[in-house]
Ligand binder design. Sequence first.
Ligand SMILES: *[C@@H]1O[C@H](CO)[C@@H](O)[C@H](O)[C@H]1NC(C)=O
Ligand SMILES: *[C@@H]1O[C@H](CO)[C@@H](O)[C@H](O)[C@H]1NC(C)=O
Ligand SMILES: *[C@@H]1O[C@H](CO)[C@@H](O)[C@H](O)[C@H]1NC(C)=O
Ligand SMILES: *[C@@H]1O[C@H](CO)[C@@H](O)[C@H](O)[C@H]1NC(C)=O
Ligand SMILES: *[C@@H]1O[C@H](CO)[C@@H](O)[C@H](O)[C@H]1NC(C)=O
Ligand SMILES: *[C@@H]1O[C@H](CO)[C@@H](O)[C@H](O)[C@H]1NC(C)=O
Ligand SMILES: *[C@@H]1O[C@H](CO)[C@@H](O)[C@H](O)[C@H]1NC(C)=O
Ligand SMILES: *[C@@H]1O[C@H](CO)[C@@H](O)[C@H](O)[C@H]1NC(C)=O
Length: 406
Amino acid sequence: MKRPSALVDVFLVLALLSCNSWTTWSSSERCSPIYVEDIRPHSVSITEFGAVGDGVTLNTKAFQNAIFYLNSFADKGGAKLFVPAGQWLTGSFDLISHLTLWLDKDAVILGSTNFDDWPIVDPLPSYGRGRELPGERHKSLIYGYNLTDVIITGNNGTIDGQGSIWWSRFRNKTLDYTRPHLVELMNSSRVLISNLTFLNSPFWNIHPVYCSHVTVQNVTIHAPSSSPNTDGINPGIGIKTARGRGGYVRNVYISKVTLDNVDIAIRLNGLYKEHPDDDYNPDALPVIERITIKDVIGENVKRAGLIQGIKGDNFLDICLSNITLSVTSKRPWNCSNVEGYSDLLSPEVCDPLKESIFPEHITDCYNPENLLRSSSTRNEGSSWLLSWREEGLVSPSILIDNRGEL
Ligand SMILES: *[C@@H]1O[C@H](CO)[C@@H](O)[C@H](O)[C@H]1NC(C)=O
Ligand SMILES: *[C@@H]1O[C@H](CO)[C@@H](O)[C@H](O)[C@H]1NC(C)=O
Ligand SMILES: *[C@@H]1O[C@H](CO)[C@@H](O)[C@H](O)[C@H]1NC(C)=O
Ligand SMILES: *[C@@H]1O[C@H](CO)[C@@H](O)[C@H](O)[C@H]1NC(C)=O
Ligand SMILES: *[C@@H]1O[C@H](CO)[C@@H](O)[C@H](O)[C@H]1NC(C)=O
Ligand SMILES: *[C@@H]1O[C@H](CO)[C@@H](O)[C@H](O)[C@H]1NC(C)=O
Ligand SMILES: *[C@@H]1O[C@H](CO)[C@@H](O)[C@H](O)[C@H]1NC(C)=O
Ligand SMILES: *[C@@H]1O[C@H](CO)[C@@H](O)[C@H](O)[C@H]1NC(C)=O
């Protein structure tokens, strides 16, 4: 999505999961919690693999070797790769299951400015070509495929894509392939991304695709407002689809987001008529339902919301709560083919969403806090996430259960 002003702070965005509400896990992983970093029985520092944090030395091999080594602990509770303070220049590397990538305070993973360090990979199977150019695409800086139990976190360390060279080459149309993301996870489940800062992504920052049980919490994402397509979390506070795209986006929970200088604060777009080719089935209608967005503050926002469902295929149970936006447009909301509810909105929301959530429609609105609170099991969880799940979400969050190209 073109997001012309990309100074976006996502202070608390996260996802969580309640066993009974999901059916896609294989029986072996059913209901197992994500474990946080400190319960990983093994930990190594990237420096043990020859990495040099001088901002100049290329450390791709060090990351690859460290993760290759840690793979031997995957069936022993997993392992942690510790990245200490320093400027760790690297090209793309692959994550593995049962891994925690931990960035300490003042640790900066710097994306290489040499395009060759971002290999060419297949396009998304559901898209069939690169998003921006035909053919293949560059691999994200941090990539994962077919993984489970992956944590990328730290003490507000930074992942900096040094994207400006990609932006200029995009603008002057001299790229050969679609630009890379900072983090992409494909066909994966139980992913936690938290407590980090993302800067200057070449393209989108965080892209979970064909994934379930994805939590993104307490991250800060910055890029210059002029940078092209530096979406924060895609899907995040914008969802794009169209007749012919099929698939679904459901059970998404987004909360505590601060937006600065954005064009459209909330954008659910069912008229995103961009198809990889003309050979799509116009009867493949996407299902967009149970999207909750709450506790949003926006300063210097042009328009509050552009929420356009598809004729004959309304977006359902779109719930907006406690959203305060200082907007410049005289017509802040523009909604069509959408059904849902709202509470505490400023400026006043569009007619289709005017009906109050409270008290009658609480259960129509997706809210993992309620799911979590209704969980009956209670014991002192051995892991943080387990206890988090059982005590209910103290901090609101975003839940993304995303399959299909968005
Ligand atoms: C995906 O991972 C599972 C185990 O987690 C493995 O059995 C399967 O072969 C993997 N599939 C691919 C395509 O890598
Ligand atoms: C968010 O991250 C910051 C920096 O890492 C940390 O100090 C703070 O405790 C985190 N807040 C929450 C609610 O996790
Ligand atoms: C994390 O670091 C970023 C950039 O260094 C900063 O903007 C942000 O305020 C920090 N977040 C916290 C919670 O300390
Ligand atoms: C495109 O931009 C890049 C980076 O600024 C520059 O090196 C290159 O010369 C430009 N190419 C053209 C054809 O303008
Ligand atoms: C990954 O997901 C895509 C889209 O659902 C699917 O086409 C593909 O077969 C999946 N791959 C694996 C290994 O599960
Ligand atoms: C974020 O950091 C804070 C402070 O260290 C910690 O309490 C919290 O558990 C972390 N959250 C996640 C989701 O990693
Ligand atoms: C509304 O959201 C703001 C910002 O997240 C939060 O500080 C405030 O407590 C929320 N108000 C209610 C009534 O939930
Ligand atoms: C709502 O948005 C659509 C698409 O951008 C536009 O065509 C239409 O004119 C807008 N309606 C109003 C009342 O602004």
